[in-house]
Ligand binder design. Structure first.
Ligand code: ADP
Ligand code: MG
Length: 368
């Protein structure tokens, strides 16, 4: 591996599998997983409960040893190295603060264990408490703090000895909805400022989209797709990812024509132009067309490549959006528009328009 690539791949998992024995036989918590996390990246593992996120984090942190594959940090294989040899820290879901130690003692802990001199510990802990807006709270016990403050103590402790990588397992899940967004913002700013590498586990798609440089979407121990939030949202490569992140219409049809720029597909006898996505398309093959509800233009005049007449079946106000159900020759479509952009009555005939780049061909769902 070249120097550059080693730097680029700060954390690298190569074909890693973790198997737990169970009464029903072996369970693959993680199966054949390949991941590369770059230095300075905010990288999220996103998936529903049981998809293998925590196991992946524990494999990186050294709390689990994989049955197959290898784990590298900074180009060095650490598959068999214990956690304390990896220069990686973890912020656990429940923070795992020491209840009998004060805030300052909690934050100082990694330095005390490493045998750092008292005076230096005092100075660094003081700086850290200031940085995490915990000044004046150093003498308190964890149970005398709010949830948000406890979380900042956990972060301060995890960062005090400047690890290369910070692993965070659903760190916001114990917080009230009201402060969750504020803490989320603080986390992002902290990561930007310190340029540290964060590997962040969440089941919350909104959180992953808002925070991450890149997201790995996990499903049943495997990675479904890796990309920037925009790539994952705009160019999902499977129905699973498109459905997991945001809302979408899925139209079953066949491929009519494969062009360089776009594909022509047939849905219920209607020809539509579409972004071919990453799929390798063959003329006549079954496919699914994915369109996000907000990509439709509603109204009379549009030069967009795809146009269809429809009738409003229902509408729902959801804050700044209005969501419509529109019956069309393609089936009933979910359409979302900004509130105030015209208001359409139930049963009103309307025209929907969208560009080829607003809809994407993805593989059809697997046949059972
Ligand atoms: P997530 O964090 O995405 O919710 P986990 O990594 O915790 O998922 O779990 C993945 C799968 O592995 C689940 O089916 C879970 O039940 C199983 N699993 C995790 N840890 C253990 C364990 N220590 N023993 C047995 N099965 C486990
Ligand atoms: Mg978990």
């Amino acid at each position: 591996m070249s120097e550059d690539l080693q730097h680029e791949r700060l954390v690298y998992l190569e074909a890693v599998s973790k198997i737990y024995p169970s009464a029903q036989g072996n369970v693959y918590a993680v199966r054949d997983l390949n991941l590369d996390v770059r230095s300075g990246e905010f990288y999220s593992l996103l998936g529903s409960s049981g998809s293998g996120k925590t196991t992946t984090l524990r494999l990186i942190g050294g709390f689990e040893i994989p049955e197959t594959g290898r784990v590298f940090i900074s180009g060095e294989e650490v598959t068999w190295q214990p956690p304390y040899r990896r220069n990686v820290h973890t912020v656990f879901q429940n923070y795992a603060l020491f209840p009998h130690l004060s805030v300052a003692q909690n934050v100082a802990y990694p330095l005390s264990v490493a045998g750092v001199a008292r005076a230096e510990i005092a100075q660094r802990v003081g700086e850290s408490l200031a940085m995490f807006r915990l000044d004046g709270l150093g003498e308190r016990r964890p149970n005398q703090l709010s949830g948000g403050q406890q979380q900042r103590v956990a972060l301060a402790r995890a960062l005090i000895d400047r690890p290369k990588v910070l692993l965070l397992d659903e760190p916001l899940s114990a917080l009230d909805a009201q402060i969750r967004e504020q803490v989320r913002q603080e986390l992002r700013e902290l990561q930007r400022r310190t340029q540290l590498t964060f590997i962040y586990v969440t089941h919350d798609q909104e959180e992953a989209l808002a925070l991450s440089d890149r997201i790995a979407v996990m499903n049943q121990g495997r990675v479904e797709q890796i990309g920037s939030p925009q790539e994952i949202y705009d160019r999902p490569t499977s129905q699973f990812v498109a459905q997991f992140i945001g809302k979408a219409n899925f139209l079953a049809g066949t491929v009519q024509e494969v062009g360089k720029e776009f594909a022509v597909v047939d849905v219920r006898g209607v020809s539509l132009q579409a972004d071919p996505g990453n799929s390798t398309l063959a003329t006549g093959a079954a496919m699914t067309l994915m369109i996000r509800p907000e990509r439709f233009q509603m109204g009379k005049y549009s030069t967009a490549q795809n146009q269809i007449a429809g009738k409003i079946e229902s509408k729902t106000y959801v804050g700044q959006l209005v969501e419509y159900q529109v019956s069309t020759p393609l089936g009933t479509l979910k359409v979302a528009q900004l509130s105030g952009r015209g208001d359409y009555a139930i049963q009103a005939p309307i025209q929907l328009a969208w560009n080829a780049s607003d809809c994407q061909v993805i593989p059809p769902p697997a046949q059972p």
